[in-house]
Design a protein around this ligand. Structure first.
Ligand code: PEP
Ligand code: MG
Length: 550
């Protein structure tokens, strides 16, 4: 037996035969040519063919993983028309008098390198998209499309890496799981796997393709990110049991879809989902979340190489609001700084970034950034049920400034006759002890609180959330934290508002009863935890007074 360890993309156990997926090797030779116009024409023909194939892939993806996830192929189609890319190809053919294959290959490599060298993890991943596209043009310049196929029967695909289009072309009926030597959790391939519900592991290292052979037996544990190659009897037994348990659990959870979040004695609560971008909407809907309790809008900034414009932001927010079709969507304004750094903000290095210039502190001191986001948010409000919340609040003065800016933005939009919703709820995150302690003063100024337990824990217990060495001192159930949450809940309720929890603690089902007893109105968790929390709520009986009274 040999164990490979990587990053689990989607939980689940798969046991079966391994099929090594080899990409069609494309050998590109540099040839000198005389008729440059004919070579450029060949590129155009190959691009046309590529577009037709991508449209077909898009349609397949649309059916299997939904519009949001399929949109990556729409982007690929658009990238085929990228002027910089095409200009470079034409230029190489004209100036070097070389064949089309060589010009496309060099251009693809150059562009992929540019993306690969970027600091931002998301942008780095886009180099795989570029290679996917130039590879497709190259194949179409030679002898047509190569489609990822597996052998007969159900198999575990092992590959060096899989491009998004290869992933979507995998026959779901025949693929038990896939494991790649390279790739990261941010890649579109990983996102697609999650949405196709295929157990998958990425980044197990080069050794994978040296060790696995077609026909070997493998067991994939997508929970731990492990592949057991030719497993021994004990491992087979252990993982078979884990697989049975998992299937049982999923079956049970599936039964909760469409059910209410109501305790045995009739108390109702909202269970919403946290997202980082438009791509996550599929998972929100599949897991039957009642709304979005936290859209971390900073991912739009992290995924971009410059400040996203008002129009770009509007497009993203509108898509989320429209996809949620009238269900509540709470978008948090920019929470950049600390562990989320973006080069183009030009932020200075700080001794204590978690206590530094971040989130609302940046927004209030660089109002042009803040106003652009607020304009996009208010414009998007016309397309659904929007709530806006502000991170890292510590004082009433900050909140007054925010509310003033919101009024200015709304007035400007009204003057320009741009439609906005009449009712956009405004809330703040309770993620500093200061905010919780003065929650009686903050509550009358806003519609809701959302408790960010990740930061509230680090600031209350003085435990850096980024530092694994202090993890043992970080008791997430600490009475100090629970008291701050309860105190905040009392204050917002007194003022007619509502309170949610959107930090990781919201998914901790050992606290569900405690939160329900505090009167928490909404728990917002990762999409895959929605049904688990629903189950916990439905198993809770608050009429039993003897249990945990905080
Ligand atoms: C939190 O702090 O709990 C929170 C939800 O925000 P983030 O994890 O993005 O800081
Ligand atoms: Mg936070």
């Amino acid at each position: 037996m040999f164990i490979f360890s990587g990053k689990g993309v989607y939980g689940g156990i798969a046991d079966g035969e391994i099929s090594v997926f080899k990409k069609q090797e494309i050998e590109v030779r540099r040839r000198e040519i005389t008729d440059t116009e004919a070579e450029k024409q060949r590129v155009e023909t190959a691009k046309r063919l590529s577009k037709e194939q991508l449209r077909m892939i898009y349609e397949k993806a649309l059916k299997e993983v939904g519009e949001t996830n399929a949109s990556v192929f729409e982007i690929h189609i658009m990238m085929l028309d990228d002027e910089d890319f095409n200009e470079s190809v034409r230029n190489i053919i004209d100036t070097q008098k070389v064949n089309a294959e060589y010009a496309v290959w060099i251009t693809g490599e150059n562009f992929a390198e540019i993306f690969a060298s970027m600091d931002d993890a998301y942008m780095k991943e886009r180099s795989a998209d570029i290679r996917d596209i130039s590879g497709r043009i190259l194949r179409n310049l030679s002898d047509g499309e190569a489609v990822a196929t597996s052998d007969e029967g159900k198999v575990i695909i092992c590959a060096s890496d899989l491009a998004p289009s290869e992933t979507v072309l995998l026959d779901k009926e025949r693929v038990l799981a896939f494991v790649t030597a390279h790739g990261s959790l941010n890649s579109h391939t990983a996102i697609l796997a999650r949405n196709m519900n295929i157990p998958a592991i990425v980044g197990v290292g080069e050794e994978l393709l040296l060790k696995v052979r077609n026909g070997d037996r493998g067991i994939v544990d997508g929970f731990t990110g492990e592949l057991f190659l030719n497993p021994d009897e004990k491992t087979v037994e252990r993982l078979s049991q884990k697989k049975r348990d998992d299937e049982e659990k999923k079956k049970l959870l599936n039964k909760l879809r469409g059910k209410e979040n109501v305790t045995l004695d009739g108390k109702r609560i909202n269970i919403f989902a946290n997202i980082g971008g438009v791509d996550n909407i599929g998972a929100v809907l599949v897991n039957d979340a009642g709304g979005i309790g936290l859209f971390r809008s900073e991912f739009l900034y992290l995924e971009s190489s410059n400040f996203p414009t008002e129009e770009q932001q509007l497009t993203a927010y509108r898509k989320v609001l429209e996809s949620m079709a009238g269900k509540k969507v709470i978008i948090r304004t920019l929470d950049i700084g600390a562990d989320k750094q973006v080069a183009y903000f030009g932020l200075e290095k700080e001794e204590n970034p978690a206590l530094g210039y971040r989130a609302i502190r940046i927004c209030l001191t660089r109002p042009e950034i803040f106003k652009t986001q607020l304009r996009a948010l208010y414009r998007a409000s016309a397309y659904g049920n929007l709530g806006i919340m502000f991170p890292m609040i510590t004082s009433t003065d900050e909140l007054s400034q925010i509310l003033n800016i919101c009024e200015q933005v709304k007035n400007d939009l009204e003057k320009d006759k741009i439609p906005i919703s009449e009712r956009v709820e405004l809330g703040i995150m309770i993620e500093t002890p200061a905010a919780a302690i003065i929650s009686d003063k903050l509550a009358p100024m806003c519609d809701f609180f959302s408790v960010g337990t990740n930061d509230l824990t680090q600031y209350t217990l003085a435990c850096d959330r980024q530092n694994p060495r202090v993890e043992q001192f970080c008791d997430t159930h600490h009475e100090g934290i629970l008291r701050l949450i309860e105190f905040s809940a009392k204050n917002i309720h007194k003022n007619g508002g509502w309170i949610g929890i959107c930090g990781e603690l919201a998914a901790d089902t050992t606290l569900t009863e405690t939160f329900l007893r505090m009167g928490i109105d909404e728990l917002s968790v990762s999409p895959s935890y929605v049904l688990k929390v629903r189950e916990a709520v439905r198993n809770t009986d608050l009429s039993n007074k003897n249990t945990s009274e905080n």
